[in-house]
Design a binder for this molecule. Structure first.
Ligand code: 13P
Length: 253
């Protein structure tokens, strides 16, 4: 049975002190919620990983994720943070290939494939993002775009490695815009992604792979989106910065 996951992506928001407060509020509000077969993830700025991990402590089914990782292991790469460093700081997961990294930092499927390897090598779960821009949605090439992102970023992995991958479908046109993919639109892409995984790795592995939706997920639409057969949770940007909104989304899971 695949896990349901609600993951916050704070992006470049919150100081460590603010992060501690935000996580503390969320944990307090969800302390009586049963998280069996469910995960709550906080994707925080790198400088907050240690402090947020210590607030979480050994709380079951709650994890810290980084938002990126270096494609190098160590050495003269000024400003980079390695997978080993992330693990040592307390990250159990890593968001890889977010559209903002693809767009603003020129990350290609090729480099993302290396980044996925780096985190999996260290036992960190990769949350691999894919999704089309508006033009690709309109001109009907979005399935090809998503297929390339998934094949080139992930399909070099072994079956065992693939078990430690979560896929996030984030249509770029729905990120931070207030415009959400309709549950039917999102479901269609999620089913498409699961078919790709099934064709490559078999139906059982595909059935056990969590595929999250991201793009203006809010308390008001989370339940309907996550109620779709192939939508296993959310990767939440803006609404993860307000504890009450994030808690509502966790409750909708
Ligand atoms: P919003 O929820 O702010 O649209 O962001 C989605 C996202 O990019 C999560 O990674």
């Amino acid at each position: 049975m695949r896990n349901k996951i609600v993951a916050g992506n704070w992006k470049m928001n919150t100081t460590p002190v603010e992060g501690i407060a935000l996580v503390s509020e969320v944990l307090e509000a969800i302390k009586n919620i049963d998280l069996e077969h469910k995960k709550v993830v906080f994707g925080v700025p790198a400088v907050s990983i240690t402090s947020v991990a210590s607030v979480i402590g050994d709380t079951s089914n709650v994890y810290v994720a980084s938002q990126n990782v270096s494609s190098y292991d160590s050495g003269a790469y000024t400003g980079e943070i390695s997978a080993a460093m992330l693990v040592a700081s307390g990250a159990a997961m890593a968001i890889i290939g977010h559209s903002e990294r693809r767009e603003y930092f020129n990350e290609t499927n090729e480099v993302l494939a290396v980044k996925v390897d780096k985190v999996l090598d260290k036992g960190v779960v990769a949350i691999y993002c894919c999704g089309e821009v508006l033009e690709e949605r309109k001109n009907g090439t979005f399935e090809t775009v998503i297929q390339n992102q998934i094949e080139e970023g992930l399909f070099h992995l072994s079956e065992d490695q693939m078990k430690n991958v979560v896929i996030a479908y984030e249509p770029v046109w729905a990120i931070g815009t207030g415009e959400t993919a309709s549950p039917e639109q999102a479901q269609a892409v999620h089913a498409f992604i699961r078919r790709l995984v099934a064709n490559k790795y078999g139906a059982e592995l595909a059935e056990n792979t969590s595929v999250l939706y991201g793009g203006s997920m809010k308390p008001g639409n989370a339940k309907e989106l996550m109620g779709m057969a192939d939508i296993d949770g959310g990767l939440v940007g803006g609404a993860s910065l307000k504890s009450s909104d994030f808690v509502e989304i966790i409750k909708a899971m």
